[in-house]
Design a protein. Structure first.
Length: 304
């Protein structure tokens, strides 16, 4: 008699005959996340568990809602001796997925910038970007290790690429994702099934917590130890505000421009004659001089 094919976990592949569902057993859940969770777990019952783990970890780092820990735990329970191998596969997929998420954010940056500019002003966009940049490594590392949705930070890093370098993302991801998945592998190696039972029992609560953390993740990005927005980028936004009808906004913009000029090697003598009390038409010459100043500042940055 031919041997029954088995999956990596030693469980017969899905699709073979199994015992009927006992009377009174609960019907399949209508919760979409619970059904997605069950679909992920079924990959552990196939010969493709390891490739599926890599793909899941890759996808979760940029858009997929179910964390790869679910499949990592299922595979490691089937073959505890391979727990650390599965952790390594999961880590590699997640880091590559983070790079892909950064790329998606990079591509989406012009649209994100336009939306934020329409809703809150372009200056706010750069303020958020710089705040994230100051705390990028810590924010990404915390999200990579904890249940805070990691994809929020990989995508945001790409959107705010002027403040967050790709290497910052990779290094923070390498530290945090390695620690997280090898911790999960260690728990399964030493403790096994109680970890799986905990997830099954409290899945709905964990899913709700995921949603809350998703929102908090975006808040953390906005309140986020690396890069800064180039001064010429901020100067371009501020110079556009010099022609605004609101005198208070013009006064705020010229003060910010003076501060930037003081911090660079490009002085702006007497603010090039700009007076925020005068209407934009009377400041047209001064605004043009500020524009040329910003162009020169940009050339200085490119030469560095």
């Amino acid at each position: 008699m031919a041997e029954r094919p088995e999956s990596e976990t030693g469980i017969p592949p899905a699709g073979e005959e199994t015992e009927p569902t006992p009377p009174g057993a609960s019907a399949p859940s209508r919760n979409p996340l619970r059904r997605l969770y069950a679909w992920v777990l079924r990959w552990a019952e196939t010969p493709y568990g390891t490739p599926a783990l890599f793909v899941l970890a890759f996808a979760e780092a940029s858009f997929f809602p179910i964390p790869p820990d679910v499949l990592l735990i299922a595979l490691a329970l089937g073959l505890p001796k391979r727990a650390f191998r599965y952790a390594l596969v999961c880590t590699a997929g997640s880091i590559l997925g983070a790079v892909a998420g950064y790329g998606l954010g990079f591509v989406a940056a012009p649209l994100a910038k336009t939306l934020v500019a329409e809703l809150a002003g372009l200056r706010f966009y750069y303020e958020v970007a710089e705040a994230y940049g100051r705390n990028a490594f810590l924010a990404i590392a915390v999200a990579g290790f904890t249940p805070i949705p990691y994809k929020v930070f990989t995508l945001s890093a790409g959107i705010f690429h002027e403040a967050v370098s790709l290497w910052t993302l990779i290094l923070a991801s390498l530290c945090s994702r390695t620690a997280r998945f090898f911790l999960v592998g260690s728990l399964i190696f030493f403790f096994g099934k109680p970890v799986k039972r905990f997830i099954d029992r409290y899945f709905e609560i964990l899913a709700l917590a995921f949603g809350v953390l998703l929102v908090l993740g975006f808040v953390l990005v906005g309140t986020g130890s690396t890069g800064k927005i180039p001064p010429e980028k901020k100067a371009e936004v501020l110079i556009s505000e010099l022609a605004h009808d609101d005198p208070d906004l013009r006064a705020s913009a010229i003060e910010e421009l003076r501060r930037i000029a003081e911090e660079t090697d490009r002085p702006a003598p007497d603010s090039f004659g700009y007076d925020p009390a005068n209407p934009p038409a009377e400041n047209a010459g001064a605004i043009r001089r500020w524009e040329r100043w910003a162009e020169a500042l940009g050339r200085d940055h490119d030469e560095e």
